[in-house]
Design a protein around this ligand. Structure first.
Ligand SMILES: C=C(O[C@H]1C=CC=C(C(=O)O)[C@@H]1O)C(=O)O
Length: 376
Protein backbone atom coordinates (compact mmCIF):
# COMPACT_ATOMS: atom_id res chain seq x y z
CA UNK A 1 0.00 0.00 0.00
CA UNK A 2 2.86 2.28 -0.73
CA UNK A 3 1.64 5.00 -3.00
CA UNK A 4 -1.24 5.80 -0.67
CA UNK A 5 1.46 6.76 1.81
CA UNK A 6 1.95 9.99 -0.18
CA UNK A 7 -1.54 11.25 0.57
CA UNK A 8 -2.05 9.97 4.07
CA UNK A 9 -1.96 13.47 5.46
CA UNK A 10 -5.10 14.29 3.54
CA UNK A 11 -7.13 11.65 5.36
CA UNK A 12 -5.64 12.72 8.70
CA UNK A 13 -6.73 16.29 7.96
CA UNK A 14 -10.36 15.17 7.95
CA UNK A 15 -10.25 13.68 11.44
CA UNK A 16 -11.87 16.01 13.97
CA UNK A 17 -14.14 17.64 11.41
CA UNK A 18 -17.93 17.57 11.17
CA UNK A 19 -18.10 14.37 9.18
CA UNK A 20 -17.78 10.60 9.48
CA UNK A 21 -14.86 8.53 8.14
CA UNK A 22 -14.44 4.78 7.90
CA UNK A 23 -11.34 3.23 6.41
CA UNK A 24 -11.20 -0.55 6.49
CA UNK A 25 -9.40 -3.56 5.05
CA UNK A 26 -10.96 -7.03 5.07
CA UNK A 27 -8.91 -10.08 6.14
CA UNK A 28 -6.85 -11.45 3.27
CA UNK A 29 -7.48 -8.44 1.05
CA UNK A 30 -4.88 -6.01 -0.28
CA UNK A 31 -7.37 -3.26 -0.92
CA UNK A 32 -8.70 -0.84 1.67
CA UNK A 33 -12.04 0.97 1.31
CA UNK A 34 -12.70 4.57 2.31
CA UNK A 35 -16.16 5.87 3.24
CA UNK A 36 -17.04 9.48 3.95
CA UNK A 37 -20.33 10.76 5.37
CA UNK A 38 -21.60 14.26 6.00
CA UNK A 39 -22.80 14.92 9.55
CA UNK A 40 -26.46 14.47 8.60
CA UNK A 41 -25.61 11.04 7.15
CA UNK A 42 -24.49 9.67 10.51
CA UNK A 43 -27.43 7.84 12.05
CA UNK A 44 -27.58 7.32 15.83
CA UNK A 45 -29.66 4.56 17.41
CA UNK A 46 -30.14 3.44 20.99
CA UNK A 47 -30.79 -0.22 20.22
CA UNK A 48 -29.10 -2.88 18.07
CA UNK A 49 -32.51 -3.99 16.77
CA UNK A 50 -32.83 -0.58 15.10
CA UNK A 51 -30.32 -1.97 12.56
CA UNK A 52 -33.18 -3.87 10.89
CA UNK A 53 -33.45 -2.73 7.28
CA UNK A 54 -30.38 -0.50 7.69
CA UNK A 55 -27.30 -0.45 5.45
CA UNK A 56 -24.01 1.33 6.02
CA UNK A 57 -20.83 1.26 8.08
CA UNK A 58 -21.72 0.39 11.67
CA UNK A 59 -19.86 1.26 14.85
CA UNK A 60 -21.79 -0.31 17.74
CA UNK A 61 -20.84 -0.05 21.43
CA UNK A 62 -20.59 -2.94 23.89
CA UNK A 63 -23.55 -1.43 25.75
CA UNK A 64 -25.75 1.33 24.34
CA UNK A 65 -26.29 4.54 26.26
CA UNK A 66 -26.84 8.22 25.41
CA UNK A 67 -23.09 8.88 25.08
CA UNK A 68 -22.36 5.70 23.16
CA UNK A 69 -25.12 5.04 20.64
CA UNK A 70 -25.08 2.63 17.72
CA UNK A 71 -23.67 4.68 14.85
CA UNK A 72 -24.31 4.07 11.16
CA UNK A 73 -22.40 5.97 8.50
CA UNK A 74 -24.47 6.27 5.34
CA UNK A 75 -21.71 7.10 2.90
CA UNK A 76 -21.72 9.99 0.47
CA UNK A 77 -18.44 8.65 -0.93
CA UNK A 78 -17.24 5.04 -1.18
CA UNK A 79 -13.81 4.47 -2.71
CA UNK A 80 -12.38 0.97 -2.98
CA UNK A 81 -8.84 0.11 -3.89
CA UNK A 82 -5.58 1.97 -3.56
CA UNK A 83 -5.49 3.44 -7.07
CA UNK A 84 -9.00 4.88 -6.82
CA UNK A 85 -8.28 6.23 -3.38
CA UNK A 86 -5.12 7.87 -4.60
CA UNK A 87 -7.04 9.60 -7.39
CA UNK A 88 -9.81 10.70 -5.04
CA UNK A 89 -7.43 12.10 -2.42
CA UNK A 90 -5.93 14.44 -5.04
CA UNK A 91 -9.26 15.47 -6.60
CA UNK A 92 -11.30 18.66 -6.29
CA UNK A 93 -14.05 16.60 -4.64
CA UNK A 94 -11.68 16.00 -1.74
CA UNK A 95 -11.24 19.75 -1.20
CA UNK A 96 -14.93 20.02 -0.29
CA UNK A 97 -14.35 17.59 2.59
CA UNK A 98 -11.17 19.28 3.77
CA UNK A 99 -13.09 22.59 3.89
CA UNK A 100 -15.67 21.29 6.39
CA UNK A 101 -15.51 22.92 9.86
CA UNK A 102 -13.89 21.36 12.91
CA UNK A 103 -16.27 19.58 15.24
CA UNK A 104 -16.77 21.10 18.68
CA UNK A 105 -17.88 17.91 20.38
CA UNK A 106 -16.06 17.33 23.63
CA UNK A 107 -13.27 14.83 23.36
CA UNK A 108 -13.85 11.83 25.55
CA UNK A 109 -11.55 11.91 28.53
CA UNK A 110 -10.06 8.81 30.06
CA UNK A 111 -8.28 8.98 33.34
CA UNK A 112 -4.92 7.34 33.44
CA UNK A 113 -4.95 5.22 36.54
CA UNK A 114 -1.73 5.12 38.51
CA UNK A 115 -1.94 1.44 38.98
CA UNK A 116 -3.78 -0.26 36.16
CA UNK A 117 -2.81 -3.58 37.72
CA UNK A 118 -4.31 -2.71 41.10
CA UNK A 119 -7.62 -1.68 39.49
CA UNK A 120 -7.63 -4.94 37.50
CA UNK A 121 -6.94 -6.98 40.65
CA UNK A 122 -9.89 -5.43 42.49
CA UNK A 123 -12.25 -6.19 39.58
CA UNK A 124 -10.75 -9.67 39.21
CA UNK A 125 -11.60 -10.52 42.84
CA UNK A 126 -15.16 -9.22 42.35
CA UNK A 127 -15.60 -11.29 39.19
CA UNK A 128 -14.07 -14.40 40.74
CA UNK A 129 -16.37 -14.16 43.75
CA UNK A 130 -19.41 -14.05 41.45
CA UNK A 131 -18.09 -17.14 39.64
CA UNK A 132 -17.46 -18.93 42.95
CA UNK A 133 -21.02 -18.12 44.03
CA UNK A 134 -22.16 -19.59 40.68
CA UNK A 135 -23.80 -16.33 39.60
CA UNK A 136 -22.35 -17.10 36.16
CA UNK A 137 -20.29 -19.84 34.50
CA UNK A 138 -18.07 -17.42 32.59
CA UNK A 139 -17.43 -13.67 32.88
CA UNK A 140 -15.19 -11.62 30.60
CA UNK A 141 -13.14 -9.05 32.50
CA UNK A 142 -11.47 -6.26 30.55
CA UNK A 143 -9.35 -3.19 31.20
CA UNK A 144 -7.87 -0.19 29.48
CA UNK A 145 -4.29 0.99 29.21
CA UNK A 146 -3.39 4.63 28.57
CA UNK A 147 -0.30 5.49 26.50
CA UNK A 148 0.94 8.96 25.75
CA UNK A 149 1.67 9.41 22.07
CA UNK A 150 4.25 11.43 20.23
CA UNK A 151 2.92 13.92 17.67
CA UNK A 152 4.61 12.24 14.74
CA UNK A 153 2.49 9.09 15.05
CA UNK A 154 -0.39 9.61 12.62
CA UNK A 155 -3.70 7.71 12.47
CA UNK A 156 -3.78 6.74 8.79
CA UNK A 157 -0.15 5.68 8.81
CA UNK A 158 -0.93 3.56 11.88
CA UNK A 159 -3.86 2.01 9.98
CA UNK A 160 -1.55 1.12 7.08
CA UNK A 161 1.04 -0.38 9.42
CA UNK A 162 -1.66 -2.56 10.97
CA UNK A 163 -2.77 -3.67 7.46
CA UNK A 164 0.80 -4.73 6.64
CA UNK A 165 1.48 -6.44 9.92
CA UNK A 166 -1.87 -8.24 10.33
CA UNK A 167 -2.98 -9.49 6.88
CA UNK A 168 -5.54 -11.91 8.40
CA UNK A 169 -7.28 -9.35 10.60
CA UNK A 170 -10.10 -6.92 9.93
CA UNK A 171 -8.27 -3.60 10.20
CA UNK A 172 -10.23 -0.37 10.53
CA UNK A 173 -10.11 3.30 11.40
CA UNK A 174 -13.41 5.02 12.19
CA UNK A 175 -14.04 8.60 13.20
CA UNK A 176 -17.28 10.40 14.00
CA UNK A 177 -17.74 13.46 16.23
CA UNK A 178 -19.85 11.24 18.55
CA UNK A 179 -17.44 8.31 18.98
CA UNK A 180 -14.16 10.10 18.40
CA UNK A 181 -11.43 8.18 16.57
CA UNK A 182 -11.01 4.41 16.96
CA UNK A 183 -8.57 2.02 15.30
CA UNK A 184 -8.42 -1.73 15.52
CA UNK A 185 -7.11 -4.96 14.10
CA UNK A 186 -9.51 -7.69 15.13
CA UNK A 187 -9.43 -11.45 14.51
CA UNK A 188 -13.08 -12.04 15.49
CA UNK A 189 -15.86 -12.05 12.91
CA UNK A 190 -19.36 -11.45 14.26
CA UNK A 191 -21.47 -11.79 11.13
CA UNK A 192 -20.44 -12.14 7.53
CA UNK A 193 -22.16 -13.21 4.32
CA UNK A 194 -24.91 -12.39 1.85
CA UNK A 195 -28.48 -13.34 2.79
CA UNK A 196 -29.42 -16.10 3.26
CA UNK A 197 -25.89 -17.56 3.73
CA UNK A 198 -24.08 -16.26 6.80
CA UNK A 199 -21.07 -17.12 8.94
CA UNK A 200 -20.06 -16.46 12.51
CA UNK A 201 -17.34 -17.80 14.81
CA UNK A 202 -16.79 -18.91 18.38
CA UNK A 203 -13.35 -17.46 19.10
CA UNK A 204 -11.92 -17.75 22.60
CA UNK A 205 -9.07 -19.26 24.58
CA UNK A 206 -5.70 -17.54 24.42
CA UNK A 207 -2.04 -18.54 24.61
CA UNK A 208 1.12 -16.76 23.52
CA UNK A 209 1.84 -17.69 19.89
CA UNK A 210 3.83 -20.92 19.77
CA UNK A 211 7.20 -21.22 18.13
CA UNK A 212 6.59 -22.36 14.52
CA UNK A 213 6.12 -26.08 14.20
CA UNK A 214 5.56 -26.65 17.92
CA UNK A 215 2.39 -28.64 18.68
CA UNK A 216 -0.14 -26.54 20.59
CA UNK A 217 -1.62 -28.10 23.71
CA UNK A 218 -4.76 -26.38 24.97
CA UNK A 219 -5.54 -26.72 28.69
CA UNK A 220 -9.00 -27.46 30.08
CA UNK A 221 -9.66 -23.86 31.15
CA UNK A 222 -9.10 -22.47 27.64
CA UNK A 223 -11.14 -25.26 26.03
CA UNK A 224 -14.06 -24.71 28.43
CA UNK A 225 -13.90 -20.98 27.90
CA UNK A 226 -14.27 -21.41 24.15
CA UNK A 227 -16.90 -24.13 24.58
CA UNK A 228 -19.26 -21.62 26.28
CA UNK A 229 -19.23 -19.57 23.08
CA UNK A 230 -19.94 -22.68 20.98
CA UNK A 231 -22.78 -23.68 23.33
CA UNK A 232 -24.28 -20.20 23.21
CA UNK A 233 -24.28 -20.05 19.42
CA UNK A 234 -25.82 -23.51 19.05
CA UNK A 235 -28.58 -22.66 21.54
CA UNK A 236 -29.24 -19.43 19.70
CA UNK A 237 -29.52 -21.20 16.34
CA UNK A 238 -31.88 -23.76 17.84
CA UNK A 239 -34.07 -21.08 19.46
CA UNK A 240 -34.31 -19.19 16.18
CA UNK A 241 -34.92 -22.43 14.25
CA UNK A 242 -31.88 -21.67 12.13
CA UNK A 243 -30.12 -24.43 10.18
CA UNK A 244 -26.40 -24.43 10.83
CA UNK A 245 -23.20 -26.29 10.05
CA UNK A 246 -20.38 -26.44 12.57
CA UNK A 247 -16.83 -26.62 11.23
CA UNK A 248 -13.96 -28.26 13.03
CA UNK A 249 -12.36 -26.30 15.85
CA UNK A 250 -8.80 -25.22 15.10
CA UNK A 251 -6.07 -22.91 16.35
CA UNK A 252 -5.52 -19.52 14.74
CA UNK A 253 -2.77 -16.97 15.23
CA UNK A 254 -3.69 -13.33 15.86
CA UNK A 255 -0.62 -11.14 16.32
CA UNK A 256 1.43 -12.53 19.17
CA UNK A 257 -1.33 -14.77 20.56
CA UNK A 258 -3.27 -17.84 19.40
CA UNK A 259 -6.95 -18.69 19.88
CA UNK A 260 -9.37 -21.58 19.44
CA UNK A 261 -11.84 -20.97 16.64
CA UNK A 262 -14.98 -22.82 15.55
CA UNK A 263 -16.70 -21.41 12.44
CA UNK A 264 -20.42 -21.78 11.81
CA UNK A 265 -22.23 -21.47 8.46
CA UNK A 266 -25.95 -20.82 8.78
CA UNK A 267 -29.04 -19.82 6.85
CA UNK A 268 -30.92 -16.62 7.71
CA UNK A 269 -33.27 -15.46 5.00
CA UNK A 270 -34.88 -12.52 6.82
CA UNK A 271 -32.47 -9.99 5.34
CA UNK A 272 -34.53 -7.10 6.74
CA UNK A 273 -34.20 -8.46 10.30
CA UNK A 274 -30.42 -8.47 10.64
CA UNK A 275 -30.75 -6.01 13.55
CA UNK A 276 -32.79 -8.56 15.52
CA UNK A 277 -30.17 -11.21 14.77
CA UNK A 278 -27.31 -8.91 15.82
CA UNK A 279 -29.11 -8.07 19.06
CA UNK A 280 -29.13 -11.80 19.86
CA UNK A 281 -25.57 -12.49 18.68
CA UNK A 282 -24.03 -9.52 20.47
CA UNK A 283 -22.38 -9.72 22.91
CA UNK A 284 -21.32 -13.34 22.53
CA UNK A 285 -19.76 -15.09 25.54
CA UNK A 286 -16.37 -14.36 23.90
CA UNK A 287 -16.61 -10.78 25.17
CA UNK A 288 -19.38 -11.06 27.77
CA UNK A 289 -19.93 -14.40 29.47
CA UNK A 290 -22.47 -17.11 30.12
CA UNK A 291 -25.38 -16.99 30.78
CA UNK A 292 -25.42 -13.92 28.56
CA UNK A 293 -27.97 -11.62 30.23
CA UNK A 294 -26.59 -12.15 33.75
CA UNK A 295 -23.02 -11.68 32.57
CA UNK A 296 -23.94 -8.55 30.57
CA UNK A 297 -25.58 -6.91 33.61
CA UNK A 298 -22.74 -7.99 35.89
CA UNK A 299 -20.07 -6.47 33.63
CA UNK A 300 -21.90 -3.16 33.17
CA UNK A 301 -22.38 -2.87 36.96
CA UNK A 302 -19.04 -4.23 38.20
CA UNK A 303 -16.23 -3.82 35.69
CA UNK A 304 -15.40 -0.36 37.00
CA UNK A 305 -15.19 1.52 33.69
CA UNK A 306 -17.19 1.98 30.48
CA UNK A 307 -16.04 -0.16 27.55
CA UNK A 308 -17.58 2.32 25.07
CA UNK A 309 -16.98 0.87 21.58
CA UNK A 310 -14.45 -1.78 22.67
CA UNK A 311 -16.03 -5.25 22.32
CA UNK A 312 -18.94 -3.77 20.39
CA UNK A 313 -18.97 -4.45 16.66
CA UNK A 314 -17.78 -2.62 13.60
CA UNK A 315 -17.98 -3.00 9.83
CA UNK A 316 -20.34 -3.08 6.89
CA UNK A 317 -23.98 -4.05 7.20
CA UNK A 318 -25.93 -4.76 4.03
CA UNK A 319 -29.41 -6.15 3.33
CA UNK A 320 -28.80 -7.65 -0.09
CA UNK A 321 -25.06 -7.44 -0.51
CA UNK A 322 -22.05 -8.57 1.52
CA UNK A 323 -22.19 -7.94 5.29
CA UNK A 324 -18.85 -7.93 7.13
CA UNK A 325 -19.14 -7.17 10.83
CA UNK A 326 -16.35 -7.81 13.32
CA UNK A 327 -16.11 -7.72 17.10
CA UNK A 328 -14.18 -4.59 18.06
CA UNK A 329 -11.13 -6.18 19.73
CA UNK A 330 -7.40 -5.34 19.75
CA UNK A 331 -8.49 -1.74 19.36
CA UNK A 332 -7.67 1.71 20.64
CA UNK A 333 -9.31 5.05 21.10
CA UNK A 334 -7.21 7.90 19.79
CA UNK A 335 -7.58 11.17 21.68
CA UNK A 336 -5.59 14.37 21.15
CA UNK A 337 -2.52 13.36 23.16
CA UNK A 338 -3.24 9.84 24.32
CA UNK A 339 -4.06 6.42 23.04
CA UNK A 340 -6.38 4.28 25.14
CA UNK A 341 -5.97 0.59 24.40
CA UNK A 342 -8.45 -2.08 25.48
CA UNK A 343 -8.19 -5.82 26.19
CA UNK A 344 -9.98 -8.49 28.16
CA UNK A 345 -10.21 -12.18 28.73
CA UNK A 346 -12.70 -14.83 29.79
CA UNK A 347 -12.68 -15.82 33.47
CA UNK A 348 -13.86 -19.15 34.82
CA UNK A 349 -13.89 -20.18 38.47
CA UNK A 350 -10.47 -21.78 37.88
CA UNK A 351 -8.88 -18.53 36.60
CA UNK A 352 -5.63 -17.27 38.12
CA UNK A 353 -4.94 -13.57 38.46
CA UNK A 354 -1.36 -13.53 37.14
CA UNK A 355 -2.26 -15.58 34.05
CA UNK A 356 -5.28 -13.44 33.18
CA UNK A 357 -3.35 -10.20 33.66
CA UNK A 358 -0.56 -11.50 31.41
CA UNK A 359 -3.16 -12.43 28.79
CA UNK A 360 -4.47 -8.84 28.67
CA UNK A 361 -0.87 -7.60 28.36
CA UNK A 362 -0.26 -9.97 25.42
CA UNK A 363 -3.45 -8.81 23.69
CA UNK A 364 -2.61 -5.12 24.21
CA UNK A 365 0.65 -5.82 22.43
CA UNK A 366 -1.22 -6.19 19.10
CA UNK A 367 -1.71 -2.44 18.88
CA UNK A 368 1.34 -1.43 20.95
CA UNK A 369 3.52 -3.22 18.39
CA UNK A 370 2.15 -0.91 15.72
CA UNK A 371 2.45 2.25 17.80
CA UNK A 372 6.03 1.50 18.77
CA UNK A 373 7.24 0.16 15.47
CA UNK A 374 8.97 3.03 13.70
CA UNK A 375 10.40 0.85 10.97
CA UNK A 376 7.27 -0.96 9.78
C1 LIG B 1 -11.95 -10.13 24.83
C2 LIG B 1 -10.93 -10.29 24.02
O1 LIG B 1 -10.68 -11.45 23.33
C3 LIG B 1 -11.67 -12.45 23.15
C4 LIG B 1 -11.36 -13.15 21.88
C5 LIG B 1 -10.46 -14.18 21.86
C6 LIG B 1 -9.99 -14.73 23.06
C7 LIG B 1 -10.52 -14.36 24.25
C8 LIG B 1 -10.08 -14.98 25.53
O2 LIG B 1 -9.21 -15.87 25.50
O3 LIG B 1 -10.54 -14.60 26.59
C9 LIG B 1 -11.65 -13.40 24.32
O4 LIG B 1 -12.80 -14.18 24.34
C10 LIG B 1 -9.97 -9.21 23.78
O5 LIG B 1 -9.10 -9.36 22.92
O6 LIG B 1 -10.08 -8.15 24.42
Amino acid sequence: MNFLQLHIDTIDQLIGKELGIALYRLPGSEEPTLLLSFLNQIEQQDDYAALNDVEGFVMAPFYCNALHPVLVLHPEVIISGIKNMETFLQSDAMKRWVALPQSHSAESACQAIDSEKKAYEISFQRFLQALTLKEADKLVLSRYHVESRSENIKPTETFLKACNRYPDAFVYLCYTPVSGLWLGSTPEMLLSGVAPHFHTVALAGTKPAAIDGKVVRWDTKNRQEQQWVVTYLKELFSDLEIEWHENQTHTIKAGNVIHLKTSFDFEFSQYNHLGDLLKKLHPTPAVCGFPKEKAYRFIVDNEGYNRKYYSGFVGVLSKNDQTNLYVNLRCMEWTRHQTILYAGGGLLVSSQLHKEWKETEDKLQTMLNILHDEAN
